[in-house]
Design a protein around this ligand. Sequence first.
Ligand code: SF4
Length: 391
Amino acid sequence: MQLAEPSPSSLHPAAIAGARVNVLDCDRVGLGRLLGDLGEKPWRSTQIMRWVYHERHAAYGGMTNIGKVLRGKLESATEIRAPEVVLDHLSADGTRKWVMQVDAGNRVETVFIPEPDRGTLCVSSQVGCAMACGFCATATQGFSRNLSTAEIIGQVWRAAEALEHHPHDNRRITNVVMMGMGEPLMNFDNVVRAMDLMMDDCAYGLARKRVTLSTAGIVPAIDRLRELSGVSLAVSLHATDDTLRDRLMPINRTYPIAELLAACRRYATLDPHRSITFEYVMLDGVNDSPAHARALARLLRGMPAKVNLIPFNPFAGAGFRRSPPPVIDAFREVLRALGLICITRRTRGDDIDAACGQLVGKVMARAARHRAEAVPRDVPLSPAFPEAHAG
Ligand code: SF4
């Protein structure tokens, strides 16, 4: 049977280029458009997505409600390809980390954190990161490239597959946090498309509040995220004044604290009942005094906010120490006394380098890395950033 003859202009760009389209790169609308290009009904995208995401089929042969003709067309024009798992580590505390190969020279890490009432998957958005935060292990490897939508949603696909075959239980992914390697808002389009798939009933069907994007504070992209997505927002704050934050997080020189918090207040108008999470890494003698806690409470006054205190996870050459537990406890109590919801994040997966800020591992990295000391205000959000910052 011959393929229908779509007009060249209606062909999917990848098809025009002669490449096979990875179905994991398509949201439901995109897959429907691709089916239209193949002369098929766009609504069939829902059937295909259910096979791909609910049943985890990576081949068309077993898709019993898809006719043979369409299966043939799809086999010619598309592929279903998630990153390959090359390492699978299980921590003593149940945290599990996968290292996934995304191309010949690049790997990323994905972490599953089981808790009694939830299973949270921490997903990477870039290979490395250009934000150069001083307390972060990922920053030390510099930036290589953005991940595609398929490479982002493919991490969920692989994790769900691995968890299904776990010998001791059948833990499920109930929450996803875009908090792994990379700054997700510097890979805006691919990340938003992947998060749309996380929330699509034909894929993972997670509620909007169960998908969280964590950012170092790319202000224009926070506004764009508010308009286009509305997932839960987490912000890496880590300091209460610009002098210190400039030092810890170079992005602050471009988007200082006042601008960042103004964007957070705009974001909060989406749903005043949903808090914005502020991440605050506890660095001994740097940002952990009661005066810092009071300044933090002042900054967040009037915003639906909660604060996650993160005990710093040391790594070779970090130059910081973790605040002692009594100092962290005292900081938390000051915040609580001033009316803020505040928790100390339990350190998970230490023994497999899966704890927060440790995602660099022994990940293979491309030789040429790029680092941004500060991001120019007019930086394109996606996907041209790597070229814009090639150094
Ligand atoms: S903390 Fe996040 S934004 Fe900063 S360097 Fe690490 S991965 Fe990048």
